[in-house]
Design a protein around this ligand. Structure first.
Ligand SMILES: [Zn+2]
Length: 75
């Protein structure tokens, strides 16, 4: 397997947020993350950003009609 640069790994990380990676890309990224601590950290950040974005998205798309008495009490 060929060694990929951090730059390429980062590109795959951000690409993964938009669309699922192909098997080859996935392997390339996983392999790089396994031996590059810097990219591992970077990947964590990407994941956090992605999760935060998704949370906001799902909150925004919840229909407001049937959340009347359930959401009021929970902090
Ligand atoms: Zn790297």
């Amino acid at each position: 397997m060929k060694m990929v640069m951090c730059r390429e790994a980062t590109r795959l990380m951000s690409k993964r947020l938009d669309s699922p990676l192909g098997i080859q890309e996935k392997m390339t990224l996983t392999f790089h993350l396994a031996m590059c601590g810097a990219c591992k950290q970077c990947n964590k950040q990407f994941q956090l950003m992605h999760d935060a974005g998704r949370a906001l998205e799902s909150q925004a798309t919840i229909p407001s009609s049937d959340t009347d008495d359930d959401t009021n009490d929970t902090p």
